[in-house]
Design a protein around this ligand. Structure first.
Ligand SMILES: [Mn+2]
Length: 309
């Protein structure tokens, strides 16, 4: 039986509160529960005040068999930020924007180089997805075609990281797109003539979509993760989509993080739940307590708030 825990982003204090609330206790090997296993959906680092502590808790739990974890896009980006290609260039440019996104981690590991390098090595061992007997876990998007393309290349080994970022694959091959969608979700082009400006003021031509809903039944406002007012009431033009497939109701329950949801945690579909409720921006650190049910229910969410309990 599993407790699937959302994006932590360096909020170790809230993580400990949540673990204790669910009956986990700390001993010499870190936190554990007599009957249950924790599953982390990735995004342990960046933004929050206790990134080193967060990594220690999560890693201790995974290494003592008390938890499993998948990789988030922030761990993937960190690997790229700190790794050079054969030309000596970093795989992720160390420019102002990328450095800002990673700054809390850089700062908190100042003077702890060996410890940080050790965690980067650990990131190389984190799977992109977990296909367990009865449930599935991925950071952002589960797509059976992507899982098949990745096959047994489920961890970002040093060689695989170089391959994905090589000219042959970067942003173009189906292999790159498969890994990218697992980590960052699916995006689709906004209909011609419409625009979306994100919270950083950047104009975007693509939107994150609800990959678990049938687009042929939907208006854009329900298909997109963020509403575009001008598109309200308009039906999705499925002819224009890269992919028409979606996560079917007959599949195993799947859990993800990544989407910075707000409000009280709830399931997305009877077999889909997102456990990211924005602890990184003053929201909640949430978990879904799964005990064998095929149909997920809102009552099985537990959480702690960013401030208080
Ligand atoms: Mn994420």
């Amino acid at each position: 039986m599993y407790d699937i825990i959302g994006d932590i982003h360096g909020h170790a204090g809230q993580l400990e509160k949540l673990l204790r609330k669910m009956g986990y206790e700390k001993n010499g090997n870190g936190y554990s529960h007599p009957e249950r296993t924790a599953v982390f959906v990735g995004d342990f680092i960046d933004r929050g005040p206790q990134i080193r502590e967060t990594l220690k808790i999560v890693r201790d739990m995974t290494e003592h068999g008390n938890a499993m974890a998948v990789m988030g896009n922030h761990e993937y980006n960190a690997l790229c930020y700190h790794t050079k290609n054969e030309k000596g260039e970093y795989l992720r440019k160390q420019n102002e924007n990328n450095t800002n996104q990673h700054s809390a981690t850089l700062k908190q590991f100042e003077g702890h180089d060996a410890e940080w390098i050790n965690y980067l090595e650990w990131f190389h061992t984190l799977p992109l997805f977990l296909d367990l007997n009865e449930i599935r876990i991925v950071h952002a998007c589960w797509d059976n075609d992507n899982i098949e393309i990745l096959g047994n290349r489920n961890t970002i080994s040093p060689d695989f990281l170089q391959e994905l970022n090589s000219e042959k694959h970067y942003k173009s091959s189906s292999l790159f797109c498969a890994a990218d969608e697992c980590l960052k979700g699916r995006e689709e082009k906004i209909p011609e003539g419409y625009k979306f400006t994100d919270k950083h003021g950047k104009e975007r031509g693509e939107m994150r979509v609800r990959w678990y809903l049938d687009p042929s039944d939907l208006n854009y406002e329900d298909f997109y993760m963020v509403k575009i007012a001008e598109l309200s009431g308009m039906k999705v033009d499925t002819e224009k989509l890269k992919k028409k497939s979606y996560y079917q109701e007959t599949e195993k329950p799947v859990f993800c993080g990544h989407y910075w949801f707000e409000g009280d945690p709830k399931t997305e579909k009877k077999n889909v739940a997102c456990v990211d409720y924005s602890i990184g921006t003053g929201g909640k650190l949430a978990a879904y307590r799964w005990s064998g049910e095929k149909d997920l229910t809102d009552e099985n969410f537990v959480w702690v708030n960013a401030n208080g309990d």
